[in-house]
Design a protein around this ligand. Sequence first.
Ligand SMILES: Cc1cc2nc3c(=O)[nH]c(=O)nc-3n(C[C@H](O)[C@H](O)[C@H](O)COP(=O)(O)OP(=O)(O)OC[C@H]3O[C@@H](n4cnc5c(N)ncnc54)[C@H](O)[C@@H]3O)c2cc1C
Length: 754
Amino acid sequence: MIAKSPIVKHLVLIGGGHSHLAVLKHLGMHPVPGLAVTLISRDINVPYSGLLPGFISGTYDTKEISIDLRPLAQFAKARIIQADIKNIDLNDKKLILPNRPNIPFDLLSINIGSEPNLNMIPGAQDHAIGIKPLPAFLELWPQLLQRTISTLTQKEQFKFAIVGGGPASVELAFSIHHRIKNDLNLTGAEKSNLQIQIISAEKTLLQFHNNRVRSFAAKELTTRNIDILLEKKMSACEKGTIICEDETEIAADAIICATGASLPSWPAKCGLAISQDGFIEVDSFLKSTSHDYVFAAGDAATIKGEIRPKSGVYAVRQGLPLAKNLIKHATNKRLKKYKPQTHALALMSMGNKTAIASRNKFFMHGRIVWLVKDRIDINFVKKYSNFPQMDNNLGLEKGLVDNKTQQLLESHAMRCAGCGAKVANSVLQDVLHQLPNTEKQEILTNFSSAEDAALIQLGDNKVLLQSVDQIKAFINDPWVFARIATNHCLSDIYAMGCKPHSALAIVGLPFASKEYSQSELRQLMLSCSETLQEQNCSLIGGHSAESEDLTFGLSVNGFTTEDEVLCKNGMQKDDVLILTKPLGSGTLLAADMRSKASHSNIQGALNAMAISNQEASSILVKLKATACTDITGFGLAGHLLEMLAKDRIEVSINLDDIPIMDGAVNSLKQGIFSSLHEDNRTVSSYISGRSNLSKMPKYEILFDPQTSGGLLASISSELAEICVNQLIGAGYQSTRIIGRVLCSNTEEPKIIIE
Ligand SMILES: Cc1cc2nc3c(=O)[nH]c(=O)nc-3n(C[C@H](O)[C@H](O)[C@H](O)COP(=O)(O)OP(=O)(O)OC[C@H]3O[C@@H](n4cnc5c(N)ncnc54)[C@H](O)[C@@H]3O)c2cc1C
């Protein structure tokens, strides 16, 4: 019986703008069974523009002003892909993505914001900085600030020219001024060399605001010696110079463009109707006036007959109506009209923890206004960074188990995927040892040899290696998952020092509409065959079946000679232990499932998992490693013990030398463990060291199950340095010597923590 609803429609959201934040949160709170959701965004860590001036003035740090889309997408059970969309095939309902297969959709929503159009001004791309995209500006700002300070320290003038006469320019000018004037390392004389000029094509500053707001802002800017130059339209830009339409030239050390919002050209090129003011034209349902299955919101869209200034307030307000209309459209219900408010409240920061409030004729300024702005903006970031714990209902019939058992089962209801979903070693060994088997002379391995692949003699010293592995998808992107799963499955062959020759695939595909299944399978198999091709391994067949979760595996063949095979046992006294990839994927993927992992940490983990062990294996064979295995589900401790068991070897390990993925220790400290972790910990009776060992923050990493983990090998100490250098040179940047072999033939295998 398949318990999950089949996927029958696919909603794709382009852009992680303000409106889509609300859409994702709404879908997380009110899932729509049968609807798959994909978010594609150029930026995954999105700074909130309302807090940007506070970041520039030094009130907030980057983390405080950013929303990480990954946990939000996880909460919404949405697939997240980082990509800059530039093309949509609206007829075939497909998104054209660079470097991966196209993505079909049934329903599309666009919330890509707006940007000052630097393309239109010759030289601006090279010699001016756009305030948007915000992530790019945020990355540039520390260097710009440093350049400003070092110029001022040399008692020279530094001039900022801020192009544009709207709230963004005004806020920027106030914030930069405040930041420099409060720099404790600069003397008063040095600070007085700072010049800031606002340059606007309009007749007045803040043209969409009332007179009291305009004159107060102008007065405050003047008090701070911030110059306002009106009716000057930038027509070109050269290094350090703005050229205006009237041919005036304005010199500046930094030119920042915060000019009017514009839409990139690609939505129009794709055939979407464009409004009078140059944005995607939508009706009062937020649906494109040209395409029934496309919605748009935020700065990128204009509601026909309802032109408003581009401001985040409108984008935020459109979020919930957009979410509801997307769901209504997907479920064939009547859409609901949305009318934007006529005026929006603008709260403009003045850098010094005071702010100006402006709405139609309303004006207010001061500390209280800033406190309100601070509260609204910080709460907005929190709203999309913290999520309610969703129900872990097991769906068990009442009375089947007692309350205690029910609670215990619920606490484990979130089962890990990848190698965290392996059957526990203890369960496996119990069963395997009881199995009757037909021994054959040419089969060199058996269940108890615990090798990574089976060895079958072919004669003439030749051997055939065969392995099989299958994992459950730990990420809902089949393209990324298949690359990692393929490398994971090939790894058993590499761990034995051999090259893969051919493979058969096993796919478990969840029940879905024919079109959706086809697209999923295409992405999965293209990614697998691309990865196999890179490693000269042929795909020679396979089998697919319907399953509750997406699973993928390979049975791999490899040929080699008997004397070239690397085995788990064979370590020699004084050998060093080398690990080629960082640990931590188990806990990080478990955190990701709980919407508690950051994009950068998960991306780091996925990048490490996507690295093939091919090159590492060749290097270890060439340098005559004495033993080797790959680290997967049983964690470093479990796999190391397998290597030590036969010869009863004692090794020492230094926890500080173990390479660990960013964020993994922190995740373990929060008590986030992969499902298999607890069972992996049973080998701790073979581990000894300091008395407070189990309290050491890195201790738990020994039991963390890995998916597509690195190779762990022993090698003579004389070759250790060469080996590490070669591995690092081959791209295994995290390679470390983590320990050494103390002695063999002891009473029992032992891992001593230094
Ligand atoms: C300095 C500054 C301060 C501001 N302060 C305020 C304020 O206090 N209040 C206010 O209401 N407004 C403010 N604004 C205006 C506000 O920033 C915008 O109106 C608002 O961000 C628009 O939101 P949005 O949802 O349309 O898109 P955005 O918030 O701009 O989000 C667009 C998203 O789309 C993604 N994206 C873009 N192109 C693509 C693509 N081709 N493919 C995939 N993804 C893509 C981006 O990565 C981003 O995640 C300020 C602007 C600036 C510059």
